[in-house]
Ligand binder design. Structure first.
Ligand code: GZL
Length: 303
């Protein structure tokens, strides 16, 4: 009893237990992210306790408290919104359980509350979308823009909005409407229907993810307009359905946001459990796609 293999926790990967709280299942990106994380931990033969919060912060807080009670070795999660985590992360710290952030971050000023944040630079993603807009509309004089924002309060929504506005500064661009579609296809469709009713002229849709862009396509077509031509669309993620629409000419540009964080999370969890220091911030590598690049990339896309 009590030997190194007696489930002492952190004694080695074979008895390592990690608790993960996932945002939900709101988009194609999220599904791919879940598959990546579950697949990587299975391949590493590390026990992963996994919970889906259905997009509710209180469910994530409950899950984290449960992992603390269970005495897992590492807690990892993707915070659905940026704020409101200091108390529960303080409880994990008091219990001596290290925390790793993936995908989205928190706005806690106390960065001892987590060991590492692995995820994309969402401001850069917004800036990449803005750069494309400036090029695409270089010769235009009066561009009416509508924005489908991600989940209110979520880091990708806040930062993709900020990054876009860092770049799209010429007064010829007029963001006539902006509203959250909650990162879902249904949300994007519903909000775009309202935008179309309220705005006689729309030249561009900036959607914070592919799923809302795909919903906007349905609304645009239902209004008898041609997406990608009458109304141009730029989105973020580059999941298979988005890339298919891009290759078909219904979307004009996609900024990639990689959901494949599983292997890196396994590596961080093992190091953290072993008491090794890890990089505080690990930025995901990702690119952008135009319509031609999407056609070429589609056959090899894993998600
Ligand atoms: C981004 C991730 C976002 C995706 C959406 O890293 O948090 O949440 O862009 C997903 O598709 O719903």
């Amino acid at each position: 009893t009590g030997g190194p293999d007696a489930g002492s926790g952190g004694g080695g990967t074979d008895d390592l237990i990690v608790g993960f709280s996932q945002v939900g299942a709101e988009s194609g990106w999220r599904t791919a992210n879940t598959i990546s994380i579950q697949g990587s931990f299975k391949a590493a033969d590390i026990e992963l306790k996994f919970s889906d919060a259905q997009g509710k912060q209180e469910n994530q807080i409950k899950a984290i408290r449960s992992y603390i009670q269970q005495g897992v070795d590492v807690i990892a999660f993707s915070p659905v919104v940026e704020s409101g985590w200091d108390t529960v992360l303080g409880e994990a710290k008091a219990a001596g359980i290290p925390v790793v952030l993936t995908d989205r971050s928190v706005d806690s000023t106390d960065d001892t509350l987590y060991e590492s944040f692995l995820g994309s630079d969402f401001i850069l993603e917004g800036e990449k979308a803005g750069d494309w807009v400036n090029t695409e509309f270089a010769d235009a004089t009066d561009v009416k823009v509508v924005e489908l924002q991600g989940t209110t309060g979520a880091a990708p929504a806040n930062d993709r909005a900020e990054g876009f506005r860092n770049k799209v500064t010429d007064p010829k661009f007029d963001i006539v409407a902006t509203q959250t579609g909650d990162f879902t296809r249904a949300g994007g469709k519903q909000v775009m229907e309202a935008f179309l009713k309220a705005n006689p002229k729309i030249d561009l849709v900036y959607a914070h993810n592919d799923d809302m862009g795909l919903g906007a396509i349905e609304a645009i077509e239902a209004a008898g307009l041609v997406p990608g031509k009458d109304i141009k669309i730029v989105t973020v993620d580059a999941v298979k359905d988005g890339m298919t629409a891009l290759a078909a000419g219904k979307i004009n540009f996609i900024v990639e946001c990689s959901p494949l964080l599983g292997d890196q999370l396994v590596d961080i969890a093992k190091k953290v459990a072993a008491g090794e220091t890890v990089e505080k911030r690990i930025v995901t590598e990702e690119t952008t796609f135009d319509q031609e690049q999407a056609k070429a990339a589609l056959p090899d896309r894993k998600y």
